[in-house]
Design a protein around this ligand. Structure first.
Ligand SMILES: Cc1cc2nc3c(=O)[nH]c(=O)nc-3n(C[C@H](O)[C@H](O)[C@H](O)COP(=O)(O)O)c2cc1C
Length: 116
């Protein structure tokens, strides 16, 4: 049986003080550690930062997503963390029951439909 994949989406407010340049440097640090940690954990997603707010999508094996988010939610560089979505990712098989040939690869978009 294939492993369960979850998607988690949250919103939060920046709590890093400083000038715009200092905040941008802080966001770059977050991105650097996120890229290496997430790649190691098999987690993908996106981090948006705009007007003092973050939004992030995390997708990957359920334990990896929950462990990653556990660290993130206690991070003092942001506050008011609000989870918008936490849901299992379900593959949508094609009418033939086969993976579409154009299916992108990766832990989120990989198709787990079985052949007839
Ligand atoms: C808005 C925000 C998003 C973050 N996203 C991630 C993430 O996707 N993955 C991650 O490992 N850490 C993320 N972090 C950082 C974690 O809270 C934590 O500092 C980090 O995982 C600790 O690992 P390190 O010691 O390797 O830096 C984020 C922090 C903030 C404030």
């Amino acid at each position: 049986m294939s492993e369960q994949i979850h998607r988690l989406v949250y919103f939060s407010r920046n709590a890093m003080p400083g000038t715009e340049d200092e905040i941008v440097a802080g966001v770059q640090q977050i991105l650097a550690s996120s890229r290496s940690n997430n790649a190691r954990a098999g987690v993908t997603g996106a981090l948006l930062f705009n007007s003092g707010c973050f939004a992030q999508v995390l997708e990957g094996p359920t334990p990896a997503v929950t462990e990653t988010f556990e660290r993130i939610q206690w991070d003092e560089r942001h506050s008011e963390v609000l989870v918008l979505e936490y849901a299992p990712w379900l593959p949508v098989p094609s009418p033939t029951g086969r993976c579409p040939s154009s299916a992108p690869t990766g832990p989120i978009s990989s198709c787990s439909a079985t052949s007839p």
